[in-house]
Design a protein around this ligand. Structure first.
Ligand code: AMP
Ligand code: MG
Length: 305
């Protein structure tokens, strides 16, 4: 296979090309309906085994790049994962990050905010979980929920304890502005930001919910709350579209990933991460003459034992 036999730089280039159709860096013309959740690019359903093989090669490449990121210790990668229920966020983390050294990676899953979290500004809890330099930080849901679930459900906003005089119709635009500024700040500090929206069709979500009901080993994944959220499908799609339009940027792109086929969506996510890390052109730190002399002395001491 071409990918397997290629040098690291060639693999990075292949990934860059593969993820480009899904990368949004300027949201002004973005329409969610332009991306088909069932899209599988040049691959067909029969290519699924090939796609799995490609993913495992991608995972190896990602591990290689992550080692350089860790050794270099100046950049950090922030991966934001957003999606409707059952779109495959957890599976994406499991499969795409499976080869990465756990020491260099941290996953934060954001749920309904706690009382302590609601006692602070809404960015507080997310800022605390930003990855350290040299690491990949995965946000399984993120500050973007503050313009998604909080926007779709008025009662969630009401519980957020924001002084009522500060809540008006411009609140969502103000939050987009906050995110744009926040991500600019992060990128100027060495954060590479990749934001993913796993774009699932309503039909496929129903199929996956049914599977959770029908398969005993999947029953635990089923939540009646998810069915209730499904009733707000159109509101969520609208909120996602507005959010992507307002917050896509070159330094913080959104990848709108067709998510009806897990084998394909995982390839897109892996390739986007490889392309982003690959663009940093990280090398293992070189050692200076003093360090070389130190290593030679250590070798001599060991040999003398
Ligand atoms: P899950 O990720 O499926 O385990 O579910 C987490 C739940 O937390 C979802 O129902 C989200 O809508 C909810 N959630 C996440 N972030 C927030 C937030 N900032 N405010 C309110 N609910 C949230
Ligand atoms: Mg869920």
């Amino acid at each position: 296979m071409v990918f397997a036999a290629s040098s690291l730089s060639k693999r990075i280039r292949i990934c860059e090309e593969f993820c480009t159709p899904y990368r949004i860096t300027d949201g002004s013309k973005f329409k969610l309906k332009d991306i088909n959740p069932g899209d599988t690019g040049d691959l067909e359903a029969e290519d699924k085994p090939k796609a799995k093989e490609l993913l495992s090669l991608g995972v190896e490449t990602l591990a290689e790049l992550q080692e350089r990121l860790y050794a270099d210790d100046s950049w950090a990668l922030l991966m934001v994962l957003q999606a409707m229920d059952a779109a495959g966020k957890d599976g994406t983390i499991k499969h795409v990050m499976s080869g990465v050294n756990p020491q260099g990676c941290q996953v934060s899953s954001f749920k309904v905010p706690s009382a302590e979290e609601l006692d602070h500004d809404y960015l507080w809890r997310y800022v605390q979980r930003l990855p350290e330099r040299g690491r990949i930080g995965i946000f399984n849901r993120s500050y973007y929920e503050e313009v998604l679930v909080v926007r779709v459900h008025k009662d969630v906003l009401a519980r957020a304890k924001i002084p009522p005089t500060l809540v008006d119709t411009s609140i969502w635009e103000e939050r987009y502005e906050t995110f744009r500024g926040f991500e600019h700040h992060l990128s100027r500090n060495g954060y590479v930001i990749c934001k993913f929206f796993l774009h699932l069709s309503k039909k496929e979500q129903k199929k996956r919910f049914m599977a959770r009901l029908d398969t005993p080993s999947k029953n635990w994944k089923f939540s009646t709350a998810d069915i209730k959220e499904r009733d707000y499908w159109d509101d969520y799609q609208h909120a996602y579209e507005e959010m992507i339009r307002a917050t896509a940027a070159t330094h913080a792109p959104w990848f709108v990933v067709p998510a009806d086929n897990k084998w394909y969506s995982r390839l897109v996510v892996a390739s986007a991460l490889i392309a982003a890390l690959g663009a940093l052109d990280l090398k293992f730190p070189e050692i200076d003459d003093a360090k070389k002399a130190e290593l030679a002395a250590a070798r001599a001491a060991l040999e003398k034992e």
